[in-house]
Design a protein around this ligand. Structure first.
Ligand SMILES: NC(=O)c1ccc[n+]([C@@H]2O[C@H](COP(=O)([O-])OP(=O)(O)OC[C@H]3O[C@@H](n4cnc5c(N)ncnc54)[C@H](OP(=O)(O)O)[C@@H]3O)[C@@H](O)[C@H]2O)c1
Length: 254
């Protein structure tokens, strides 16, 4: 049994990861900005959990959220697993990607994960070991049109994770990456909604388009990503990178 802090656990992949961890008998610290949505996630879990309000772009909010998380984890062996999943994707063409947008993308997708890793890795080392899984994206490995700032931030997260994996391996902390293509979550729904307004196409048509863009021809499910995260936390080799592209059949019930 481990105690895992999951950011972005109020929705999509993060909420699915909280459920997968709890079903496997682990203790969950669910973090994000929306406390009501986090409490909803926690109320669906079988084992011990806590909802912790935390804005990963705000160092003071990260510090106070971590204080609360660590106090809760004291009775559960301390925080030895971290899932950096909080993220956001905004789009704009090159030429209209201003400093503010680039900063927003870097803050939430890169600095947030870096901040939590910096705070928790020393504690994991002290505790004798731990594991970090960073949720990047296929946009951390490939370039996509109209999301240059998001791609840049996810590439930064991939680079940081690879360096941290190399450095922390000898100290007992494994760092791995999950890089999904389009996943069936509220983030993809929001992209379809925005694009529908711009193009006049229906949201259903756009969701089908996103699915067709995935090499496997279907959207990845949040449960598949959560299952991969759980495997990597439990015994993934440090420096592992798993790209999920919708290949194979979707798991039953999703
Ligand atoms: N959906 C996809 O197609 C896809 C593909 C590849 C990678 N990803 C990545 O997967 C991760 C999860 O995305 P998702 O698809 O599950 O999207 P989602 O349903 O929109 O969830 C995003 C989560 O991030 C949290 N979050 C956003 N800004 C935050 C902040 N400043 N501080 C703390 N938490 C914050 C949100 O919670 P609050 O609003 O409550 O703060 C929410 O729980 C993201 O990193 C995303 O880039 C998604």
């Amino acid at each position: 049994m481990a105690t895992a802090l999951v950011t972005g656990a109020s929705s999509g992949i993060g909420a699915a990861t909280a459920r997968a961890l709890s079903s496997a008998g682990h203790v969950v610290i669910a973090a994000a900005r929306r406390l009501d949505a986090l409490e909803e996630t926690c109320s669906s879990l079988e084992g011990p959990s806590i909802a912790v309000a935390m804005d990963v772009t705000d160092p003071a909010s990260v510090a106070s959220g971590l204080e609360e998380a660590r106090a809760f984890a004291e009775d559960h062996g301390g925080i030895t697993w971290l899932v950096n999943n909080a993220g956001a994707a905004e789009s704009a063409p090159v030429g209209k990607t201003d400093d503010a947008l680039a900063d927003r993308m870097l803050e939430v997708n890169f600095h947030g994960a870096r901040r939590l890793t910096e705070a928790l890795a020393p504690l994991m080392i002290e505790a004798g070991g731990g594991a970090v899984v960073n949720v990047a994206s296929s946009a951390g490995l490939h370039g996509y049109a109209y999301v240059s700032a998001y791609c840049a931030a996810k590439h930064a997260l991939v680079g940081y994770s690879r360096a941290a994996a190399a450095e922390l391996k000898e100290k007992g902390v494994r760092v791995s990456l999950v890089c999904p293509h389009y996943v069936d979550t509220p983030m993809t729904d929001a992209s379809a909604e925005r694009l529908a307004e711009k193009t006049g196409k229906s949201e259903e048509e756009l969701r089908a388009f996103f699915a067709s863009e995935n090499p496997g021809g279907r959207l990845v499910t949040a449960g598949e990503v959560a299952g991969t995260i759980l495997e990597l936390l439990a015994d993934g080799e440090s420096g592992s990178l798993v790209e999920l592209d919708g290949s194979g059949d979707a798991p039953d019930g999703e």
